[in-house]
Design a binder for this molecule. Sequence first.
Ligand SMILES: [Zn+2]
Length: 742
Amino acid sequence: MIKPLLILFMIFILQSTIAQNKQITGFYEKNVDKELNLEAAFDKDLSKENIGETIKKLSAEPHHINSLGDKKNAEYILSLFTKWGWDAKIETFYVLFPIPETRILEMTSPAFYKAVLKEPALKEDATSGQPGQLPTYNSYSADGDVSAELVFVNYGLPEDYEILDKMRVDVKGKIVIAKYGNSWRGIKPKVAQEHGAIGCIIYSDPADDGYFQGDVYPKGAFRNEFGVQRGSVMDMPIYPGDPLTPGIGATKDAKRLDRLNAPSLLKIPVLPISYHDAAHLLEALDGQIVPVDWHGGLPFALHVGAGKTKVHLKVTFNWNIVPCYDVIAKIQGSKYPDEWVIRGNHHDAWVNGAGDPISGQAALLEEAKSIGNMLSTGWKPDRTIIYCAWDGEEPGLLGSTEWVEEHEKELKEKAVVYINSDANGRGFLFAQGSNSLEPFMEEIAKQVIDPQTNVSILERRRDHEAITAGSTDTKKRIWNEKDLKLDALGSGSDYSSFIQHAGIPSLNLGFGGEDPSGDYHSIYDSYDLYVRFKDPGFQYGITLAETVGHAVLRMANADGLPFDFTHLFNAVSAYSNEVMALLKTSREATELDNTIIRFGGYAVGEDPKKGYILPVQKAEVPYLDFSPLQNALNELGKSVDTLSIVFQNKIKTNHMSSQFNQSLYRAEQQLLNETGLPRRSWYKHVLYAPGYYTGYGVKTLPGIREAIEQRIWNEAQEQIVTDAKIIAKLAEYFQAICSQSN
Ligand SMILES: [Zn+2]
């Protein structure tokens, strides 16, 4: 009697595991096989060799915005989409893009030195000596011709200036030199300008991406002594995109701001340099020795300057308005043509850009080819798929921002999701995005296989994070964690306007971590370097195409859109706990410091020979009322639970309606505050924004968090109330969807 029962039981277990494996959130059971077969067919057409050839072709010439190579690439990408059966066109915007006319940096005292300001061609790197390369410069630096004493300001962030204050070093009327890193580069001149500096030099320190990290190029991948990081210093935390047309598309006849009044443009000149040039200036500095942790990797004692060392910096630009070519390719959805799944990666580079952005662009094109092949068999996606190759990302997310601003109204009706990628290489999945997409991405990451280890990309990432975790507690938590968490989106690539301005649910995906290098924004970001150090064999190009391709196809065909707002609720609850804890820590730190000051602790504890300025007592940190936020979260928690049940029932009973789906993808827009963040109204999302003083780095609940950090207490309280209202509105929105569908 036992045996047949056991067999029956085993059959039951086997069947239920098969059924379990064949579940995709958002798909009716009857449609799961069809989707999985489709994804398998999609994968079959992806080719490593093809990705390699695309990277080689698109990085063959310099292709910054408005270069010949840029236009040629845009037209070539257009021809590929058309060949593969997409309905494609180039959409052109007209944007401000300065090119340098003069670049002079010289030390005039105590000795004369003229900066090289040029990266040499290398025989090991075939494209490094090409004509048409942009020189080393920071775009959107102001024109300027200044001479002054030089001051070393570490990374040039607000906390560095607090230390300089204490050391009695004032940068007013001086030129500062800062290290690259630890923030978006545009923060450095912005903070320098706020402190009265008249010029800013930024250099790549060997400790950060040079010989301290490994062999330098061409022997290894790290930045050699003449390597320079180009890049934008637009004030992107105010708004990205064309500086002259904030909030509107930069079409030919758009109303433009006067350049001298554009809020995202700096007032002081800026120039990036190599550590060869920087060493000449830094070694000549006198004055006090810098704090120990300010030392980078240069082999001499560093002084803060502000004394005898003087430099002359002159930069002038040709402030042209230039065309920006976005390639936009569509496949009309057969069931829901007015629901758009959007996928993008930029195509412009600073120079040849084999890694940034072509490695991501090559994966995008490989996906488009495979989807095109499926079209030729008669297949059609349920929803419309739109693939975008953006121009002008490097100067300031120009192409994507202008496109979103131009089509904002339509996007708010139709855009289901935006999926971004950028530079890609060997290593681990990185995934940022709207928290409601966590289970969706987790399911995909469980099924895509890591090419080096043959486990899922989810497992590979988890194990890597576990073994490199700092503390035993973190290690334990990560090891036991089975789910995928999406990091919050800050800035630094083309998703910014989608999520932060228009409230379109967004993802930013890629691979890396086993491809460290120092070629970023230099002439050495080339095909030759890429194949040696970034993704030899182009395996991770395939892995990216599979990951993003599955995400696109699932979103395009899902019966019910796979947003899970319980994850959004969990994330917002965590952010809310963080800002409450931040206020508490800030209060305790202030109280303690004030006590130490009152008892003369700083006067006694500091080195008396250094003559530091002693700190003065700060105003106490008040208690703020977080109850509106807590009550709103309570409502949100209840509403997302109900919504989950309604969603699951609809899937189980094959009863999803297109109206319900539309409500799901438009939910993220409920998190927009139409008046925007304080001092930067372009940023409307109440959950995520790039930090005002970090740039790339995200600030979650930015209105509340930054007001606390900047000690503007009344504003913090106002922002708590504002955010609470918005979260309560989202809860009501969910309740309404649930009751409508009953
Ligand atoms: Zn990029």
